[in-house]
Write a protein that binds this ligand. Structure first.
Ligand code: 5AD
Ligand code: SF4
Length: 445
């Protein structure tokens, strides 16, 4: 949109265009769209009184899955487009402008799965700000877990060519990015066209990106246990740039439920994967996704999930109550679990996961770690960064005093460290973040 003289504004009441980018994965996320549109409609009406217009667009997977329903239920919405067509936004604006000029009701709907590749039509992230960036390498999913809408809303697996990814990564690094997270719904199933011909794997891509000078850190998300290939385990042992952190959803610890979910792995398979990862990279921090209350889940099934969690010891995790999603096989299973039972199980699981996360955070107190400074913190003379294990770290520069403060640091603002990696001594840990102070040696400056 930059090419069309659109610039970001701080608040929707001054916007000519508001885009709600939506998630369809769980019911709760989808419901929010309609309440949010209701609020925006009031702004749109009050702007109209001043003779100004405002387009309201709904984008993303809710738009993809429920486009027609949105148009029917929310007349204030002018544009609806899915995750595969957002590169056409400038054309959609033209169409909306033309409809408005003719005095028609504005209605633009584009939820195609087009033949062209949107990445070829996006101008690239030349204006990216900050030290960290996401880079999409893969989209879609062919796994068809029975609870999940992703294979329907995002379509089947598609990998971008290695050359395009390397080029985009180089551009990001040239613009100051130090850490890139490779993104994909099923990222470790990546199989893009290799620069040297043939097919490249995710591990191969990680090795290739590690050669880019100035790119200090790599991460990838989200992975499926079935696609943890041998070369990926090797990469975790071999690549210093690959951070010791992996988000590897398991969903359940019960083989019966995993089968009903069509996960195509057992709890034992997952244990073996964790063991192999820890052999290659003993300090690796693990994260996961869990669903409680999948149809037919018994107390005994749920207990097996708790057991798996106790075995793995997660550094961080996401957990959700099962919510039936339209069109998915699990939504029509009759034995749905009571809401009260789901609530109880979620609370028990989250208590255990929180305990583990806190214990993991406590375990790094007293250690010195490289922290990438990402932005200013809330307190004065504080920067917020990430540890190699993906923990948020509040780094206090005000705590520096006397001998620890080199002459230079006394006269120069701490903000010059933004976007850099700094050695930080961790002084305390909370459930969700760490506090630390910079270890200022001559070489840090
Ligand atoms: N209900 C609850 N959680 C879900 N997820 C996906 N589909 C559902 C659903 N129907 C969760 C899974 C997945 C994460 C992104 O969202 O745990 O890994
Ligand atoms: Fe959904 Fe992930 Fe299963 Fe694909 S692998 S269907 S994205 S939960």
């Amino acid at each position: 949109m930059a090419g069309r003289d659109f610039t970001p504004v701080d608040s929707p009441d001054t916007a000519d265009l508001v885009i709600l980018n939506t998630c369809h994965i769980r019911e709760k996320a989808a419901e929010k769209v309609f309440s949010e549109v209701g609020r925006l409609r009031q702004l749109k009406d009050s702007r109209a009184k001043d003779g100004k217009s405002m387009y309201i667009a709904v984008a993303g997977c809710v738009a993809q899955a429920e486009g027609a329903e949105i148009v029917r239920r929310a007349p204030a919405v002018d544009m609806v487009f899915g995750p595969q067509t957002y590169h056409r936004l400038p054309d959609m604006i033209d169409r909306a402008d033309a409809q408005q000029a003719r005095g028609q009701t504005v209605r633009v709907l584009d939820t195609d799965f087009p033949a062209e590749d949107k990445f070829d039509h996006l101008p690239g992230k030349t204006g990216h700000k900050g030290a960290t960036a996401f880079l999409t390498v893969q989209e879609g999913c062919d796994k068809f877990c029975t609870f999940c809408v992703v294979p329907y809303t995002r379509g089947s697996e598609v990998s971008r060519p290695e050359a395009d990814i390397v080029q985009e990564a180089q551009r990001l690094v040239d613009g100051g990015v130090r850490e890139i997270t490779l993104l994909g719904q099923n990222v470790n199933a990546y199989h893009g066209a290799a620069q040297a011909g043939g097919t490249q794997s995710l591990a191969g891509l990680l090795y290739r990106l590690s050669e880019i000078e100035g790119l200090e850190r790599l991460r990838y998300t989200t992975s499926h246990p079935r696609d943890m290939s041998d070369d990926l385990f090797e990469a975790h042992g071999a690549l210093d740039t690959l951070m010791p952190y992996l988000h590897l959803p398991v969903q359940s610890g019960s083989d019966r439920i995993l089968k009903a979910m069509n996960r195509r792995h057992t709890a034992e398979d997952y244990h073996r994967i964790i063991d192999r990862l820890r052999t290659k990279r003993p300090d690796i921090a693990l994260s996961g996704d869990f669903i409680v209350g999948f149809p037919g889940e018994t107390d005994a099934d749920f207990e097996q999930t708790l057991e798996l969690v106790r075995f793995v010891k997660y550094a961080q995790a996401y957990s959700f109550k099962y919510s039936p999603r339209p069109g998915t096989p699990a939504s029509v299973i009759e034995e749905q679990v009571d809401e009260a039972v789901k609530t109880e199980r979620l609370a028990a699981l989250q208590a255990l996961l929180n305990e583990q996360q806190y214990a993991f955070n406590q375990s790094v107190v007293g250690h010195t770690m490289r922290v990438l400074m990402e932005r200013e913190g809330k307190s004065s003379a504080q920067l917020l960064g990430r540890s190699p294990y993906n923990q948020a770290v509040h780094v206090d520069f005000a705590s520096l005093s006397g001998a620890e403060t080199l002459d230079e640091s006394a006269t120069q603002p701490y903000t010059r460290h933004m976007g850099r990696l700094l050695d930080v001594e961790i002084v305390s840990a909370g459930p969700n973040s760490l506090r630390g102070r910079p270890v200022l040696t001559g070489t840090s400056f």
